[in-house]
Write a protein that binds this ligand. Structure first.
Ligand SMILES: NC(=O)c1ccc[n+]([C@@H]2O[C@H](COP(=O)([O-])OP(=O)(O)OC[C@H]3O[C@@H](n4cnc5c(N)ncnc54)[C@H](OP(=O)(O)O)[C@@H]3O)[C@@H](O)[C@H]2O)c1
Length: 325
């Protein structure tokens, strides 16, 4: 089979099209014939060995890719979640419990969009921030894969004002079209003031944070007393500076909450329940997953470069079965 593999860590160009033996299912696993594979921001960090949860622990050679759509040996069309690696390939072995049948009304790209990023958006709002009716919510990279779903889900879940952040006018237009009440420039300079202004002059109940650096500080400053800042990424590559917990968090009764999706994978039944909900919402049009581009498998380096350069919106997908060189 063919796969996009790296043998040394580096930029997107480290990914090379490689012919290799197909994987064999281990105990409790099934081999999926892959039609298309999803791309996540984490993949851009994994190829550089810069992904914080796994830095220094990744085995080489490796095939990135956390989610695929394809066929099981018994012919079912499924979404399959890998254990962080293995998706950019014509075949992948996955744990049987992490395979989910896709309803006919949901396209491959939509299924990939709601896999890791939809589960993330759902759990950020429901499980981590525990958003309640009427609460204001800030969503970073709101035109991106996770953010575009978080904006829509926050509205569906009854949040009050939903404010999306994005780096370009074009992306901010998309964010508003997805139902956000306001869309602000994500430049960290003056960000707190822009968020408060977008919230009618009030501090915000829930702020999601996936950028790090100065954006972390500006985001924390925008959180209201009793509010929550949920940290789930560091897209800038600059970790947040240490926080004066007593002065900036405890004394204002605010919370900083960490989020890592694989922790939720320890409950596969819960994963299937949320996927059922996301697929049902997609099938009846309440949720509109955004597909920002489909690239041939061999063009994975270009896709990762586009994602890293902030040039993309929505979900990026690799066409695996429909592509030939
Ligand atoms: N903790 C978890 O379990 C978990 C799970 C899934 C995703 N995540 C995190 O969620 C974030 C979004 O992931 P995604 O896969 O959905 O990607 P994405 O949002 O589709 O793409 C990443 C976006 O991050 C924004 N960004 C902000 N500052 C950036 C910078 N300095 N350099 C590059 N991009 C920057 C860009 O949007 P703008 O240009 O509009 O700012 C870019 O489009 C990532 O940080 C990812 O690591 C975490």
């Amino acid at each position: 089979m063919r796969a996009m593999q790296i043998t040394t860590f580096g930029g997107p160009e480290a990914l090379q099209l490689t012919e290799m033996p197909s994987p064999v299912a281990g105990p409790g696993q099934v081999v999926v014939d892959v039609d298309s594979a999803g791309i996540n921001y984490a993949d851009t960090l994994i190829v550089e060995d810069a992904y914080p949860p796994a830095r220094g622990m990744l085995p080489l050679p490796l095939i990135p890719g956390t989610e695929v759509v394809g066929r099981t040996p018994d012919g079912r069309r499924v979404l399959a979640l890998t254990e962080l690696l293995g998706g950019y390939a014509e075949r992948t072995a996955v744990i049987s419990a992490m395979v989910h049948e896709i309803p006919g009304e949901v396209s491959d790209s939509q299924a990939l969009a709601v896999a890791v990023q939809g589960l993330t958006a759902w759990h950020l709002l429901r499980s981590a921030a525990r958003v309640t009716a009427g609460e204001s919510v800030v969503v970073p990279a709101a035109a991106g894969g996770t953010g575009s779903l978080a904006v829509q889900l926050a509205k569906q879940m009854g949040a009050g004002r939903v404010i999306g952040m994005a780096s370009s006018e074009e992306k901010r237009k998309l964010v508003l079209s997805l139902g956000a009440d306001a869309a602000v420039d994500s430049d960290p300079d003056g960000l707190t003031e822009r968020l408060v202004e977008a919230n009618g002059g009030e501090l915000v109940d829930v702020v999601l944070e996936a950028t790090g650096g100065q954006t972390f500080d500006a985001s924390l400053e925008a959180v209201a007393p009793l509010g929550r800042l949920v940290v789930y990424g560091v897209a800038s590559g600059i970790p947040p500076q240490p926080v004066d917990v007593l002065g900036r968090v405890a004394s204002r009764a605010r919370s900083i909450i960490g989020f890592y999706l694989p922790v939720y994978f320890e409950d596969p039944v819960g994963v299937h329940k949320v996927l059922d909900e996301l697929f049902a919402m997609t099938a009846d049009g309440r949720l509109e997953p955004q597909c920002g581009g489909v690239y041939p498998l061999a063009d994975a380096p270009r896709a990762l470069a586009d994602l890293r350069a902030r040039g993309s919106h929505g979900k990026l997908v690799l066409d695996v079965s429909g592509w030939s060189d």
